[in-house]
Design a protein. Sequence first.
Length: 106
Amino acid sequence: MKQMEVTILGQSYILGCPEGGEQSLLTAVASVDREMSAIRDAGKVKARERIAVLAALNLAYQLAERPSARDSSPPARAAADRSKSSVDVDALIARVDAALREDQLL
């Protein structure tokens, strides 16, 4: 297993990566960094942990909303991805706040 140094939201991480998986890892890192930066730049959330949770929720939601490869052709999937609106960050913040309150971490 190869190790790669990456940066997410200005923080460096050393991650394990299987041989030949470097480009996939860099693509994933870019997606996570982009989501976390967008949440941070919106100015509504400051804590890195909460930003990470919201970014994970955004990415998981986007993945869950994608049509499966069996359900549509590549051009149809691309058009569907372009037409999607972004996830409501305020609603996600409220959900994270409620979960943290339940765990007495807020």
